[in-house]
Design a binder for this molecule. Structure first.
Ligand code: SF4
Length: 730
């Protein structure tokens, strides 16, 4: 559908901003005093700059405007504005908790007792079953310093191969496709500020109007500059409302859709032959795949009318430059890597890569989704985005760590495989988990919760008693954003600095301190700094020469330059805002076409489960909701789960708006109120995934894995939907 593009009026802009839950003016009208601290939001990958002052009557710090930070220019969404609420003592953990017997209650304990219990349990499991029976599960919200030392702790102290993190569930398919095509993966290979200057932007399966509202400014400016915005999403989201053209495929249709667009670009003579010849390899294979995806066939697969396909191909193929951005919609599938590969092929065929204002990028999700996967908490990687199987990489990192390269374990299990094996004879039996809540956020979460319960020892480091922490044998309360220094890397590859603005409550410690204490108890007294800048300086050395080279980035430079883009191999290097302008990072310098074909999802609807379920986020909650569900303002705006369904489907099933409906898949069941909207396809229902309990969307989702990225198929499974009362009476 086409949308009115007249949004130049400042009043209309402010209305739009209010609609999107963001602010374009000072978040809190408190003057910045001498103690004001420049830092960043604790939540999503935009990593909005904010200034902290205060205290206020309600919170120990106030969020102030920081208009000079270029990414968000002072704008924050409601999550960022309300983040100080998480610092209050009554919503968080303020001392360690221990469970003395399985099924018994958690009780308060001191740090020495808690750390002794953890160290003894890890050592006992390792001695009895070997090092790979001990596992580590990290998170994409951890700072670079924490992620780096968590990886070092797993490999050097525990000697286990089994470390992975929840970022595997986030953008691993995009990372795998990016690397396959370009030889290097960075979420965006260009700054966000490039978006308004492209001719045509296709946004596939992303909803920044709800997930990162300040980024909507870039889409608005694109259209004000005369560019075209195409949004691909099975739902008419708030972002799709802003688009010139909204393509609404059925879930799982994105791969065929991309191939259909490539088919039309080729058929219409819109291939950039010169670029293809000079800077790519493998076009013949991609052309052969695309030619098998003619418009009528793609319409049958995706449900997108052929005339809309033709219009999208024309808009993208004739634009002066084009950008494709993907988010979780096309990525969280058992064919996610190939799907992203198909969209990259469309970019390559049209000459939209390695040139200003063009290319492919991924909107990463978590606050440090980018940096968290670069420095060693992923099962197959060492710091600097190095392969753990590369002898030269192992030797370099071993030298920084002061260990024999042969002692560094090989690749371990991916996130879901690690969780699925918990408590099994050949799996992990003692798990240290930090910054993640898989009891809510993992696919087939009911099964994962059972596996967590089967562990001999579960240790959770978190700031709140999340659903996963509530299952633990030991809970360690740790510091959060405003209470610690540390770096994160935003979706642009910009390394930024969070600054400590206040002391944590007594009884709360940083993860760096926890790792140092545990390492010492396990016989490694050195090599685990507790000062973040010291850890970062070691990370710089470990990353030097790697793909994600941070060697030239220092805390002082980050503060002075509003962040530094990696790779930055030397202190006199300016950082790399745009990748691939001269050559791609492949051995021959050419980008590689993926040449993929459409295939169905691991589970398609059938007679027993006739509908698609897709899941996603809402404006006022974040990820598993462990933090945002504890913020009254956010909870009031988004108090619980719901099931979105089309009026025709609701009528056919006899479901009224607001009525409790039961959604059942082959793995589980969830109940939540119906929300009837014509913004969704009649063959699809949608649930947000931020809640535990009866409305837990991930009770339903399918853990079928992508063969390359090991990404589970979060975004599509087959379900049955019925009124909850009807299901109960059967
Ligand atoms: Fe925080 Fe993301 Fe909101 Fe910015 S958009 S304030 S980083 S949650």
């Amino acid at each position: 559908m086409y949308r009115d593009r007249n949004i130049r009026d400042p009043v209309a802009k402010q209305r739009a901003a209010t609609f999107l839950g963001m602010t374009l003016t000072s978040p809190i009208a408190v003057a910045a005093g001498p103690a004001a601290t420049d830092t960043h939001c604790p939540y999503c990958s935009l990593q909005c700059g904010m200034r902290l002052g205060g205290p206020t009557a309600d919170a120990p710090v106030a969020v102030l405007e920081r208009p000079d930070f270029p990414v968000n220019r002072g704008a924050l969404c409601g999550k960022g504005r309300s983040a100080p609420a998480l610092l209050a003592r009554d919503v968080r953990l303020t001392g360690p908790l221990l469970r003395d017997r399985p099924g018994g209650p958690l009780r308060a304990a001191g740090w020495p007792e808690a750390l002794d219990r953890v160290a003894a349990g890890l050592a006992r499991t390792r001695a009895a079953y070997g090092p790979d029976a001990v596992g580590v599960f990290g998170g994409g919200g951890l700072t670079n310093e924490k992620a780096y030392l968590l990886g070092k702790f797993a490999r050097v102290v525990l000697g286990t191969a089994n470390i992975d993190y929840n970022g595997r569930f986030c953008m691993s398919s995009a990372a795998a496709a990016h690397r396959r095509a370009f030889g290097l993966d960075r979420g965006l290979p260009f700054p966000l500020a490039d978006l308004p200057h492209t001719g045509c932007l296709i946004l596939v399966g992303g909803n920044p109007a709800e997930t990162m509202p300040p980024a909507v400014r870039y889409l608005r400016e694109l259209r004000e500059n005369g560019g075209t915005l195409i949004v691909v999403d099975p739902r008419r989201t708030r972002t799709a409302e802003l688009a010139d053209l909204h393509l609404q495929p059925r879930p799982g249709g994105d791969l065929a859709l991309a191939l259909g667009l490539l088919h039309l670009v080729i058929a219409d003579g819109l291939v950039d032959e010169e670029f293809v010849a000079a800077r790519t390899t493998g076009f013949d294979g991609a052309r052969a795949s695309a030619m098998a995806h003619w418009p009528d066939r793609v319409e049958r697969i995706t449900g997108v009318p052929a005339h809309q396909l033709r219009e999208a191909a024309r808009l993208f193929g004739t634009a002066r430059t084009g950008i494709v951005l993907t988010a979780r919609g096309p990525e969280q599938h058992s064919k996610g890597t190939d799907t992203v590969g198909a969209w990259i092929d469309l970019c390559l065929a049209t000459g939209n890569a390695g040139r200003p204002y063009s290319g492919y990028g991924c909107l990463t999700g978590q606050g440090n989704g980018q940096g968290g996967r670069e420095h060693g908490q992923k099962a197959d990687q060492l710091p600097g985005y190095r392969s753990i199987e590369d002898p030269a990489a192992r030797a370099h990192v071993a030298a920084v760590w002061g260990v024999d390269p042969l002692t560094i374990p090989g690749p371990g299990k991916s996130a879901y495989e690690l969780l699925d094996g918990l408590g099994r004879p050949d799996g992990v039996r003692a798990l240290l988990l930090a910054g993640s809540n898989p009891a809510v956020s993992a696919p087939d979460a009911g099964h994962v919760t059972e596996r967590l319960r089967a562990l001999d020892l579960l240790v959770v480091a978190d700031l709140v008693l999340s659903e996963t922490a509530a299952l633990a044998d030991v809970v360690l309360p740790v510091t959060q954003w405003a209470e610690e220094d540390g770096t994160t890397t935003n979706l642009e590859g910009r390394v930024i600095l969070r600054r400590r603005a206040l002391d944590p409550p007594e009884g709360v410690r940083s993860e760096l301190w926890v790792l140092r204490e545990l390492a010492a108890r396990l016989g490694v007294p050195d090599g685990f700094p507790t000062e973040a800048e010291q850890a970062f300086d070691e990370l710089r050395r470990a990353s030097a020469g790697g793909d994600a080279d941070y060697a030239g980035i220092s805390y002082a430079r980050i503060a002075a330059e509003d962040g530094v883009f990696w790779p930055c191999p030397a202190e006199d290097h300016p950082g790399t805002r745009r990748l691939f302008l001269d050559r791609f990072a492949t051995p021959d310098g050419r980008a590689r076409f993926a040449a993929v074909t459409h295939r169905p999802a691991a589970e398609e609807p059938d007679d027993a489960y006739p509908l698609y379920l897709t899941t996603g986020r809402v404006l006022s909650q974040y990820q598993s909701g462990a933090q945002t569900r504890r913020v009254a303002e956010l909870n009031a705006a988004a108090p619980g789960p719901y099931v979105e369904l089309h009026p025709r489907l609701a009528e056919r099933l006899g479901i009224a708006d607001g009525e409790p409906v039961a959604v059942t898949s082959r793995r589980g069941r969830a109940v939540a109120p119906a929300r009837i909207t014509d913004g969704i396809r009649p063959d699809t229902v949608f649930m947000p995934f931020h809640w535990a309990g009866a409305g837990r969307a991930n009770s339903l989702t399918n853990p079928a894995l992508d063969p390359v990225s090991r990404m589970p198929e979060f975004k599509l499974c087959a379900v049955r939907v019925e009124p909850a009362h009807q299901e109960a009476s059967r």
